[in-house]
Design a protein. Structure first.
Length: 246
């Protein structure tokens, strides 16, 4: 068999085709595995967002134990420090330029600070004085989804604390900007409020759970390329194999 392939000058093309075929089929199978993993992740996140809310202390304890608390529903009680609001640039498809309002919540019983994303405001009501109904006084309960801080993305602009303009969740930077260096203790997560504030602004529900799941499409692409590779080799080899031996 090998001698025939060598004679027909198909040995090396055949070997390279087998290597390429193995790689393409392997990539397709890997994408199918990724599809199953992504579907499980989406189902787990959906279940978390619809579960009963746990206390902030419970969420912090789970985080300290190494559990994943992202998207967990949490209820925290405390007093909003409205004069320390921080604004994250967040243009809206319908309302145009605007911001997510991150307000420090002084957690009841501990004095630590939890940053709460209270939701979107258009530029016209960015100033708290323009939305007084939503500037709650005294202790209040806020329920929302946990979001964890993370590193700045490659294409994400740098935060501009000097202008109170933010693009990514940097809790240390937010704390320094609002309170100064080392003056308060921060809760190491962010809570994104579910409900809108009284008066409608800020508009809660900033969390959008949309995890792309195109792995089946990718798998079909890799398997299609594998089929095409086999077809190309067959078209190349057929006339050589059918050629009469001199």
């Amino acid at each position: 068999m090998l001698s025939m392939l060598s004679e027909k000058r198909l040995l090396w093309p055949g070997a390279m085709t087998l290597v390429g075929l193995a790689i393409l089929v392997g990539l397709g199978a890997w994408q199918l595995e990724r599809k199953s993993w992504k579907e499980g992740l989406i189902a787990a996140i959906e279940a978390r967002t619809k579960a009963e809310a746990v206390s902030l202390a419970d969420a912090i304890g789970r985080l300290g134990a190494g559990e994943d608390v992202e998207y967990m529903r949490v209820t925290a009680r405390g007093r909003f420090l409205h004069d320390k609001e921080r604004y994250f640039y967040a243009p809206d498809a319908e309302l145009g330029p605007g911001f997510h309002v991150y307000t420090p919540l002084e957690v009841a019983g501990s004095g630590s600070v939890l940053f709460v994303n209270r939701g979107f405001v258009p530029e016209a009501v960015k100033d708290g004085a323009a939305r007084k109904a939503g500037q709650l006084d005294g202790e209040t309960d806020v329920t929302g989804l946990v979001r964890m801080p993370g590193p700045k993305g490659f294409f994400t602009p740098e935060n501009e604390p000097q202008h109170n303009l933010w693009y990514w969740r940097d809790i240390d930077g937010l704390m320094r900007s609002a309170f100064g260096e080392g003056k308060r203790t921060a809760v190491p997560l962010v809570l994104e409020a579910e409900a809108p504030a009284p008066g409608g602004w800020p508009r809660g529900g900033a969390t959008i759970v949309e995890l792309p799941n195109r792995h089946l499409e990718y798998a079909i692409t890799w398997f299609g390329l594998a089929f095409a590779l086999v077809a190309v080799f067959a078209a190349y080899a057929a006339p050589r194999l059918s050629r009469a031996k001199p």
